[in-house]
Design a protein around this ligand. Structure first.
Ligand code: GSH
Length: 222
């Protein structure tokens, strides 16, 4: 198989790449790498010590590419159909901005604030700090969800009328929120809740969510 994704199933950044590959109908092999105990050969191909990394064995070495955003851009050019980036300059840049918003503020808030506490800490045999999670849910998440509620409005995707890299990234971060036992409150953020549910129902997302759920349950039960 020409494409290898190195990473762990429940990483939202690994999921981003896997959703892009699924949307583009591309086969790949997932090679499990934990960011907590990466083997030396992985560190050699991941200068930032992060997952995911993609390898394209159709290319001569060095044929590895770190970072989900760099990988998504590569896959878009290698497999242009179906497009996941708008073709016009401004919408394309807007999609990249939403991807960045999801990959930074949203990921940092839902990831360490909720998923890490409830799932990863259990796997590491540490006690989740539920008071810290409650503070994140009360103080940090509402302004972010308010912004996203306003941005998505009654639309079904973030940019124009095409499912794009913006939706791949947004949807991916919300999967970890749900794995951690939370959902977007539909009374407070009805548009965002509707949007997230619809994105997660896409076959590309649903297959991964179904695959990951038992893994998260095992991590939680550790
Ligand atoms: N900008 C990177 C972020 C990747 C990332 O933060 N991955 C996490 C796992 S979800 C990781 O490898 N963390 C290990 C660490 O920070 O040491 C991307 O888009 O791929």
């Amino acid at each position: 198989m020409a494409l290898i994704v190195y990473g762990a199933n429940v990483s939202p950044f690994v999921r981003k790449v896997r959703v892009v590959l699924a949307e583009k109908g591309q086969d790949y092999k997932l090679e499990q790498v934990s960011p907590f105990s990466p083997p030396p050969e992985f560190l050699a191909i991941s200068p930032l010590k992060r997952i995911p990394v993609l390898r394209d064995t159709d290319l001569p070495e060095p044929n590895t590419l770190p970072d989900s955003s760099a990988i998504a851009d590569y896959l878009e050019h290698k497999f242009p159909k179906p497009a996941l980036y708008p073709s016009e300059p401004f919408p394309r840049a807007r999609a990249i901005f939403y991807e960045e918003y999801a990959d930074t503020l949203l990921a940092q808030t839902l990831g360490p604030g909720v998923f890490f506490e409830r799932i990863v800490k259990k796997m590491l045999r540490q006690q989740p700090d539920e008071a810290a999670v409650a503070a994140v849910l009360r103080d940090k998440i509402p302004p972010i969800f308010d912004f996203l509620e306003k941005e998505i409005g009654t639309k079904h995707v973030f940019v124009g009328d095409m499912f794009s890299i913006a939706d791949v990234s947004m949807g991916s971060m919300f999967v970890n929120f749900e794995h951690a036992g939370e959902t977007v409150d539909a009374k407070r953020w009805p548009n965002l809740a509707r949007y997230v549910a619809a994105i997660h129902a896409r076959p590309s997302f649903k297959a991964l969510i179904d695959e990951e759920r038992p893994i998260c349950e095992r991590m939680r039960a550790a």
